[in-house]
Ligand binder design. Structure first.
Ligand SMILES: Cc1ncc(COP(=O)(O)O)c(C=O)c1O
Length: 413
């Protein structure tokens, strides 16, 4: 079959852009066959996988798979329409109720992804909507204050707000800087946005301290808990104080693509804004929702993680041991002991060599380059998978020590 390419495309310099980035191996993704989990079959080769955000690997459980199939039989494959035109499908309603129970919030709304939850929230909180007959809302006077390292989806959501008037940024995890900004916004309709756990380097927000400031300055708080959801907060887990404080946030956003290992996102918060979000977010009414079996299985997994806390406890214990072993071989990870493990990988050229050498030896190890991290400060961003065997971990550490020695990285011994 012949394909036609418009001559007008010459005005967009995509070809030059792709050619310039070819060396990084990011411009034409390899093909994956079979499920992506602790291992992955990529272009026909089986690799130990340190890239998957489905780190609890619950999709491997027979009961989870059965539940998903049962969800198809009971609810079908698609919602087939929006909540406004048809109504809320039962599995979405149950998911939202479960999320309310988990977060201590009154009401929740689900979206097809976490990104759409973030975009929809900011849209609803900053827009003017006139539906006629006196049914009108004007939120254009809202002000957003974001942590500088907030996720791409959050910065995308606020990109039309005028910086310095409707939009401010505070230094990453810096409560004093947030306080300085909020002091200047006294009396404004302000929303403070930060993450619980930051995906690039695994840092954790001082959640309680930041929420104290929001309360003191009467600003609303919106915490993107995509990466921390269902992992932390219990007494015997890391970051207990930070995550217990999360219950005080006005709004908590979650993604179901991380600990839950499916796809979708949601926001939990007070009843009125949550109900209004269905109408005002745009990303609820004007796009597809989570598929019903996915929503139903997300609820099932949330309950599973509550009733079988050993799933997360064991995982976090293995993460802690793995971090210690990285330090022992001269690659101490970022000092925040979260499950998102980042290790400096030299400069860009060394990091590309490291990544390629890992691949050649059977390990898929992601490297984060700019803009995910500052320029020429690439990071190995490792995610241990609950399905990794000890052989996977031993082999990875041996390979890192060897490659590190060859490339002059870390304090390799
Ligand atoms: C902090 C943060 N927020 C939002 C998202 C988007 O979530 P989703 O993958 O469900 O769209 C991600 C995913 O990478 C994330 O790390």
């Amino acid at each position: 079959m012949t394909t036609s390419v418009s001559a007008a495309l010459k005005h967009w310099p995509f070809a030059d852009f792709l050619a310039a980035g070819k060396g990084l191996g990011l411009t034409d993704p390899p093909v994956i066959d079979g499920p992506a989990g602790p291992t992955v079959v990529r272009d026909g080769r089986t690799l130990a996988n340190f890239a998957s955000i489905n780190f609890l690997n619950l999709q491997d459980r027979a009961d989870v798979q059965r539940h998903f199939l049962d969800g198809i039989a009971r609810y079908g494959l698609t919602t087939g329409g929006s909540r406004m035109t048809q109504g809320i499908c039962r599995p979405h309603l149950e998911l939202e109720r479960e999320l309310c129970a988990a977060t201590g919030k009154e009401r929740a709304i689900s979206f097809a992804s976490g990104l759409l939850a973030n975009l929809g929230f900011v849209h609803a909180m900053t827009h003017h909507m006139n539906l006629g007959q006196g049914w009108e809302i004007d939120n254009q006077d809202a002000v957003f204050v974001l942590d500088r390292d907030a996720h791409w989806s959050l910065w995308k959501a606020v990109e039309n707000l005028t910086y310095g008037r409707q939009l401010f940024a505070f230094r990453h995890n810096d409560a004093a800087d947030l306080n300085r900004i909020l002091s200047r916004l006294e009396g404004k309709k302000t929303v403070v946005v930060f993450e619980s756990v930051y995906s690039a380097d695994g840092t954790v927000a001082p959640i309680g301290t930041l929420l104290d400031l929001c309360e003191r300055h009467q600003a609303l708080s919106y915490v993107d808990d995509a990466n921390g959801f269902l992992l932390y907060g219990a007494e015997n887990r890391p970051f207990a104080a930070e995550f217990d404080a999360l219950r005080r946030a006005d709004f908590v956003m979650v993604s179901f693509s991380k600990s839950v290992g499916l796809e979708g996102g949601a926001i939990a918060g007070p009843t009125d804004p949550m109900l209004a979000l269905e109408l005002l977010s745009g990303t609820s009414m004007f796009t597809a929702a989570m598929q019903p079996p996915t929503a139903s299985t997300a609820t099932r997994i949330m309950r599973l993680l509550r009733t079988e806390p050993a799933i997360v406890d064991d995982y976090l214990r293995r993460v802690a041991v793995f971090r210690e072993r990285l330090a022992e071989i001269g690659f101490p990870p970022h000092s925040t002991p979260s499950y998102l493990i980042s290790v400096p990988a030299g400069d860009d050229a060394t990091a590309v060599e490291l990544k390629d050498s890992f691949l050649a030896r059977g390990y898929l190890v992601p490297v984060f380059f700019y803009p995910a991290v500052p320029r020429n400060k690439p990071l190995l961003r490792l995610i241990l998978n609950a399905g990794h065997t000890e052989e996977h971990l031993d082999g990875f550490l041996r390979t890192l020590a060897d490659l590190g020695g060859r490339l002059g990285l870390g304090g390799a011994r």
